[in-house]
Design a protein. Structure first.
Length: 224
């Protein structure tokens, strides 16, 4: 059973999401929050698998709430999916950096929402790779225009050549199975390499690995 906390300041939005999620045999909504402060408190109390987090809420926005949840040692097993109205949203980019596992547009079709919850709960694939890459590309490009790019040595020095290859493929949105096929590895070996990247780069989820891949220039906009 995947346990979910809903965080959105609109009662009708929460009611719609709850009705959809609770109708599934493998998903259960365990709490609802109307602002970021409640979202953090309820997540600490319930320790859900997934938090569906509205990015703009009163008292504390979804970015700060995400940061507090993902930085809490007791919530290492909780994943945050950020909800937004805008595909290219600086708050969502900040949330990905802070540890969110991905984002969804609020007008996402119900089957896609359910798939997203299950994908993030499973933890082996990047949520909506095309949209996530587009968002990261846009904001990394802005940052590079405003300041010199990060040097690879700052973050990638500890990586082996193989780990850099794997990071580049994660940055392009590939799953562990696709990485294994591309590099002619066993799925277990690919999964082990990704796990080492999480540890060495202090990343909580695949979305943060994608950010690092772009920020260091290991992957550049337009790479496929």
């Amino acid at each position: 059973m995947t346990r979910v906390v809903l965080a959105d300041d609109q009662t009708l939005v929460r009611a719609g999401f709850r009705a959809l999620l609770d109708a599934q045999p493998d998903i259960e909504v365990v709490a609802e929050a109307a602002d970021g402060i409640q979202a953090v408190e309820l997540t600490r109390r319930e320790r859900p698998d997934i938090v569906l987090m509205d990015v703009r809420m009163p008292h504390m926005d979804g970015l700060e709430a995400t940061r507090r949840i993902t930085s809490s040692p007791g919530l290492a097993g909780t994943r945050v999916i950020v909800l937004t109205t805008f595909e290219l949203d600086e708050y969502v980019f900040g949330a990905l950096r802070a540890g969110a596992s991905g984002f969804l547009l609020k007008d996402t079709d119900p089957p896609d929402l359910l798939k997203a919850v299950r994908v993030v709960a499973a933890g082996e694939a990047l949520l909506a790779p095309r949209l996530t890459r587009r968002l990261i590309e846009a904001f990394v490009a802005q940052e590079r225009a405003a300041q010199p790019p990060l040097t690879e040595g700052d973050q990638l020095d500890e990586l082996t050549p193989r780990e850099r290859e794997v990071l580049a493929l994660v940055g392009r949105g590939l799953s562990n199975t696709e990485i294994a096929d591309t590099l002619i590895l066993s799925p277990l070996t690919a999964k082990t390499h990704v796990a080492r990247l999480f540890s060495k780069l202090d990343a909580r989820d695949r979305a943060q690995l994608v950010v690092v891949a772009y920020e260091t220039g290991l992957v550049v906009p337009g790479d496929r």
